[in-house]
Design a protein around this ligand. Structure first.
Ligand code: FES
Length: 105
């Protein structure tokens, strides 16, 4: 699916992401500033923090329990739609997804 990352300045980077790829890896590969993925997707760093609008948040579903705990450790501000992007796998239904990359705290 076609995924877009938008940073706090409104700068956008988009990429066509292969199904099954996690969206932290896809962001790093696409050169998105502000997504680091220091732990490699092991739910141990919270440096892959993104948010969405509420419509996309509903389609993505809520974070898992461990992800929810890790979201309390993000740099910057956690929002009601915050997710850790290593926990979101690209799939066809996510075509057009826009991920908001929070300003680093
Ligand atoms: Fe470390 Fe997502 S990459 S929690």
């Amino acid at each position: 699916p076609f995924i877009t990352w938008r940073d706090a300045d409104g700068t956008e980077i988009s990429a066509n992401v292969a199904a099954g790829t996690n969206l932290m890896r896809a962001a790093v590969d696409a050169g998105v500033q502000g997504i680091h993925g220091d732990c490699g997707g092991a739910l141990a760093c919270a440096t892959c923090h993104v948010a969405t609008d509420t419509a996309w948040a509903e389609r993505l579903g809520p974070p898992g329990a461990l992800e929810d705990e890790m979201l309390d450790m993000v740099e910057g501000e956690r929002t009601p739609t915050s997710r850790l992007s290593c926990q979101i796998l690209a799939r066809d239904e996510l075509e057009g997804l826009v991920l908001i990359v929070p300003a680093c705290g």
